[in-house]
Design a protein around this ligand. Structure first.
Ligand code: GDP
Ligand code: MG
Length: 190
């Protein structure tokens, strides 16, 4: 597949939201998913890649508590996973979400690539490292996107070194910087 722009002109549509595995779409298309802390820019990145207001962006972290699935051109499934590290929910709800996500990551057979988003202005946090460590069995699927590259770096992270071995891009959904390269990465799996 070499026509990147052409491929992303295909229609993308919201399919369903799932809170349980039995609700996941039963399709054979390859799937990619987006994961990261609440407010890291997951929905914004999905919208930038697919050039459409698909995922709901928000200033209120922790809004997405289910897995939202989108169908791109009957050839690719896209999953927007609930954000982690959001403090303002109950412990039991946090466990429920983390069970849902880890179950999804372990068992979803058509899952080809996991885009782990990290806020470039803050760098990786302990919780990002823990999340990535929990994915050790599927680490070859991980691709890191450092988000909000249009903004000034606020903090120097103590954990940056731990992620050096992962393939990554530094992107901005606001200026579209490197979004084309993320699209190219996606086409590689098809
Ligand atoms: N400056 C800037 N702001 C961004 C960028 N991506 C997301 N945001 C903002 O960050 C906030 C959270 O974004 P959202 O996509 O809803 O994050 P999510 O919770 O991970 O889905 C919103 O206010 C977005 O407008 C970016 O690349 N640059
Ligand atoms: Mg979101």
């Amino acid at each position: 597949m070499n026509n990147v722009s052409g491929y992303f002109k295909k229609q993308t549509n919201f399919l369903l939201s799932a809170t349980q595995p039995r609700q996941y779409p039963n399709v054979v298309f390859p799937e990619i998913s987006f994961i990261g802390r609440s407010n890291v820019g997951k929905s914004s990145l999905i919208n930038a890649i697919f050039m459409k207001k698909l995922a709901h962006t928000s200033n209120t972290p922790g809004k997405t508590r289910q897995i939202n699935f989108f169908n791109h051109g009957d050839s690719l499934m896209v999953a927007d996973l609930p954000g982690y590290g959001f403090a303002k929910i109950s412990q039991s709800e946090a466990y429920k979400i983390s069970d849902l996500v880890s179950q999804y990551l372990r068992t979803r057979e058509n899952l080809k690539k996991i885009f782990v988003l990290i806020d470039n202005t803050l760098g990786p946090k302990k919780i990002d490292i823990e999340m990535i460590e929990s994915m050790r069995d599927i680490k070859e699927k991980i691709f890191i996107c450092y988000t909000k590259s249009d903004k000034k770096i606020k903090e120097k992270s103590a954990f940056s070194k731990e992620l050096e071995k992962f393939d990554h891009l530094i992107v901005s959904s606001k200026t579209n910087s490197n979004i084309f390269d993320v699209q190219k990465k996606i086409l590689e799996i098809l």
